[in-house]
Design a protein around this ligand. Sequence first.
Ligand code: SF4
Length: 804
Amino acid sequence: MRPIDLASRSGVALRRAFQTQQLRQAAGSRQYSNITSLPPTYEKLHSKYTEVRRVLGAQRLTLAEKILYSHLDNVEESLLNNTNNGRDIRGKANLKLKPDRVNMQDASAQMALLQFMSCNLPQTAIPASIHCDHLIVGSKGADDDLQAGIQTNHEVFDFLESAAKKYGLDFWAPGAGIIHQTVLENYAIPGLMMLGTDSHSPNAGGLSTITIGVGGADAVEALVGAPWELKAPKVLGVRLTGKLSNWASPKDLILHLAGLLTVRGGTGYIVEYSGPGVETLSCTGMATICNMGAEIGATTSIFPYTEASARYLEATRREQAVKNAAAFQNFPGAGASEDAYFRFKADEGAQYDELIEIDLSKLEPHINGPHTPDLSTPLSQFKSTVQEQKWPEKLSAGLIGSCTNSSYEDMTRVESIVRAAEEAGLKPKADFYVTPGSEQIRATLERDGTLQTFEKAGGIVLSNACGPCIGQWKRQDGVEKGTVNAILTSYNRNFRGRNDGNLDTMNFLASPEIVTAMAYAGSTTFNPVTDSLTTPDGKEFKFPAPHGLEGPKTPFDIGKDVFKVASQPPNPNEKVAISPTSERLALLEPFEPFPNSDLSGLKVLVKVSGKCTTDTISAAGPWLKYKGHLPNISANTLNTAVNAETGEVNVAYDLDGSKHTIPELAKLWKERNQPWLVVAEHNYGEGSAREHAALQPRYLGARIIVCKSFARIHETNLKKQGVVPLTLANEQDYDKIAAGDEVATVGLYDMLQNGGQGEVQLKVTKKGTGEEFWVPVKHQVSKDQAGFILAGSALNLLSKSASV
Ligand code: SF4
């Protein structure tokens, strides 16, 4: 079998892999005896890794560091600058990375591709794929929903498909699956570094990759072959012992961790799992845990490569990847020092910045929510918490699956309890929805009878797409907006309005098994571990503890042909499909560069209070359809933000006191050429890696955002779009600034010109009184980012260098 480079299944790199392989075979180098006998991805990885070892000497490295640092463009420059000669890299070094590939979902791919098109290049520098998953509304069931979704969104799908053809990208059509599941099944192999234009991209860390969720502008940097910059993350170790049992599942581990660490606890960290407990987890279970690392704000999460990882690769028909991984880990062979080997695990003695120990044997199921993924309650205390908090006791719907939890193991564990309930004559009392993560998992579950079991029980199988997880859900149960109600999902995120656009829906997160059992009870106070249900013939029924299979007994079924990937070499003659009259797609106009001076005359558009997530700044749901049309989508900007001064949602006041929605006022000010800023509280921009949350304010005239703290991805996204993120040096200054106040920056222009070095202050002039005061602010602008801001956006800079 040939050691083909599995980093790419698409045209150019695939052909290159074949050519390299042919050359090797011609040379007779069939043994893994020298570096050129490794597949190209691993050749490159090993050669960089050797440099990393040379630069860092005997330092013990975590797995995350090994993979990350072995993807540096210039190892020495990144690891030795500003790092105390390599001894103090984490949190200090600016890593300039060359990822192996980029994965994009349809909603974010639109803007990424529109930006890539501005660079006028004939093809992408590295392999990439597009996954049509976010735009299908879940309603009646897979077939109807998919047809309706294709009809409604054909313009966008045509655009994406034509761009894939033109630039040589892999294209996964609507219904083929959700990005993270598809990536895990097809592209993830140990040691890769990938970027994904979606915050749950770290899902692939379950297969020992470093995969980071980014905005489209970051993706474009990688796609044009420019290095992608990241402040070296710290490493948070989670050491697992014991083994999960009974109702506890991998989901419960991450739900529990989210409770411990909160939505901000992982910020600036890679979470790396280790310990004997790791060996007891399935590969897909590890992916679930990594997927939800986004909920604690982690840069990404990663597990070591285990026997379960190899079994998953085999089940997904990637036997060659298993052989390649084994060959790589055994390279360079007898006689080499231990440090010459790249093992897919941490070095013995590697240090973590923080270490948490969890005994899996003691873990009980958890339920997290409502409205935030870190409000974690152990199942045994959930009933009393529901009653104390006066949360609804009626459960309206249970939804399982999605990119987070639709593995064979998840679904067969659910199947075991559904079968038991069916035999007892029970049906779910709440609506019960199932979302397979991909065509491959759907077809396999159908082949093995699992889906039929769900349907027989009354479950509605939705299409292989995001659907209700991203607000694409047409509820069938008559629950109107404004009605307080409770739903349980096995998804990963539960901000207000996330699933059905109803701010009063309380969304709780749990494992698929717990969601399903509680859907049978139709109650949020039911504890399947201890409580019983009454069967139609009056008997007591207690659910057995769930059991399932890690993977199918025979390899996964590939599914229907129509959902197979379209891989193609770039075709320069392909015309990218964008109608000039489209309401959904619009070519981008470059943003104007930074002025040759500090900013002055800015006005505070609104001061927001509480959580201000990327959903708050750029809502999803019905707005997803405008992702490729910046002017149109900007009409949702901050439309669920709370005005700190009045407590009103989506209300802002013009300088003359007239009342507007926030986006209306922003648009008015844009028309008046009135630049503005927003003042906000902590973790501004947490949540999805949604670059629209940076693009839209920029398009409408925002020049700076001032807050108590930022979420990492969003802070970077702002800088890439030319908006300057500043944090208050003294948090109490938040109280002093109000809407309508005038703000000028002092030191900002110098700081930008000095490559991010220097201090910045704000001079605030109060509206009405004219009183002036100074507000010291902090920034995290690197040299490259200073260049982006000065150019007006990262894209302005990239397109300039691409055209040179
Ligand atoms: Fe889709 Fe939800 Fe997964 Fe995001 S988290 S990729 S919306 S299923």
